[in-house]
Design a protein around this ligand. Structure first.
Ligand code: FMN
Length: 177
């Protein structure tokens, strides 16, 4: 069962969970989840929105560019260590994360991208706008720390790749019970 929520009533919970890692789910060639801990939850163009930041070589980026939608799965408690490890360090380009992390997929309401039962607070988002970062415009101290040019883009941690911001309109929000 899905209990619909007003997202802004849950903003504190969402932001606390984001700092520890939430799941950014996509469903292009297959379902895939990646951990994110950067993002912005707010309002633009009068719409409730969530902005995610995805580096160039993430499998997630290929999928997002095809489908232009994503589903966020947010834990109500602490993140599960197995889910964090699998979804935060392995790539969907060579791993089935549903199998490796024992994820239980739940059909979404509006999106074609399922939700994940283990992290029940769910936001379904449709991408309204994308923008790739111009590294030359980022302050030098932040750029050298977060975009080390000697680290290959396939590295799951900080690497040479810029992020692309995907502004997602929140089209559905609920808790899976
Ligand atoms: C706590 C944590 C937060 C992360 N946040 C982001 C993020 O905001 N953007 C990003 O591109 N990668 C982030 N990553 C890295 C991806 O989760 C990781 O590279 C993942 O393996 C990519 O999966 P994919 O290739 O299947 O898309 C984060 C990793 C961890 C552990």
């Amino acid at each position: 069962m899905k209990e619909k929520i007003n997202v802004f009533d849950c903003s504190e919970q969402i932001m606390k969970a984001l700092r520890r890692g939430i799941l950014l789910n996509t469903n292009g060639d297959k379902f895939n989840s990646m951990v994110i801990s950067w993002g912005h939850f707010g309002i633009i163009w009068g719409e409730p929105t969530f902005i995610v930041y995805v580096r160039e070589h993430r499998y997630t980026k290929q999928q997002l560019d095809k489908t232009m939608e994503f589903t966020l799965s947010i834990p109500l408690d602490r993140p599960d260590p197995l889910i964090s490890k699998v979804c935060g360090s392995l790539s969907g380009s060579n791993v089935d994360k549903v199998k490796e992390a024992n994820l239980t997929l739940v059909k979404a309401e509006t999106n074609n991208t399922p939700a994940v039962a283990e992290y029940p607070l769910t936001l379904e988002c449709k991408v309204l706008y994308t923008q790739k970062q111009d590294l030359s415009l980022i302050p030098e101290d932040i750029r050298s720390k977060n975009y080390p040019q000697d680290v290959e883009g396939t590295n799951p941690l900080a690497n040479r790749d810029p992020h692309t911001a995907y502004i997602g309109k929140i089209v559905d929000a609920y808790v899976i019970r």
